[in-house]
Design a binder for this molecule. Structure first.
Ligand code: DC
Length: 230
């Protein structure tokens, strides 16, 4: 069996608390935090800006060019803030984190060429270990040899509630029902796609955070990590 790498993977559906938990866990472990959703969102933004339509003839070639020219940088956010995301040097951190961009990112993420490119980039970042990688396919596809794998889940209702609160904090008021519908659609799309679908790795620890506080989840994960390292 391949040697396990000093990598923590946190996969799960949107709104389960992955970002908050991954950031805290990375800080406690003094590991690098990798927000792979931000990478898919940046590709989505570039696709939108280029007006690329996947249904149209010649889209494959255009997408290949777009991916070859992709200039993405991630930088740690300030305390308690999301990762800063730069596309061609422009700070797009806010632009990529809208519900609309989440849907575009989900669509873009079903494209094989996009997944191939981002998987390569993510493996390069994780090459030296000491990383908490958050996404949908971290434990299953990108880092199958990760030492610690978690699948963080929560009920769709709880996730819609949390997302509504988070958006309100950023000054956006969106109806609960609309968010619930979006979350359910995105879950279905992410779980049913042919490539790297959202699902727990066989060796992942499944954590349902519906009834757990952030601190409880982080403590649980830290204990599981320490246990394995003994
Ligand atoms: O985690 P997020 O909401 O920022 O992710 C946005 C979209 O990107 C999500 O709907 C699916 C896709 N994604 C993916 O397919 N694989 C990842 N590792 C991370 C995100």
């Amino acid at each position: 069996m391949a040697e396990k790498k000093n990598i923590v993977t946190i996969d799960g559906p949107s709104g389960a608390g992955k970002s908050t938990i991954s950031k805290l866990l990375a800080a406690r472990l003094r590991y690098t935090y990798l927000d792979t959703g931000a990478m898919y969102r940046m590709v989505g933004l570039q696709v939108l800006r280029d007006g690329l339509d996947f249904e149209v003839q010649g889209a494959r070639e255009k997408l290949a060019l777009l991916l070859a020219a992709l200039d993405m940088t991630l930088a740690p956010g300030e305390e308690g803030k999301e990762t800063r995301a730069f596309l061609n040097g422009e700070d797009v951190s806010d632009a990529i984190r809208t519900p609309e961009m989440a849907m575009v990112a989900s669509r873009v993420s079903a494209q094989a060429e996009v997944r191939k490119k981002l998987t390569e980039m993510q493996r390069t970042i994780g090459n030296n270990g000491a990383i908490v990688a958050e996404g949908r396919d971290m434990g299953t596809v990108v880092f199958p040899d990760a030492m610690h794998k978690f699948f963080l889940d929560a009920s769709p209702m709880e996730r819609a509630k949390r997302r509504q609160k988070q958006l309100a904090e950023n000054g956006r008021k969106i109806e609960y029902q609309e968010l619930l519908t979006q979350i359910q659609k995105r879950d279905a799309d992410d779980s049913n796609r042919a490539l790297a679908p959202l699902k727990p790795a066989e060796d992942a620890v499944i954590v349902d955070s519906s009834e757990m506080s952030i601190e409880e989840v982080v403590s649980f994960m830290l204990a599981a990590i320490n246990d394995k390292q003994k």
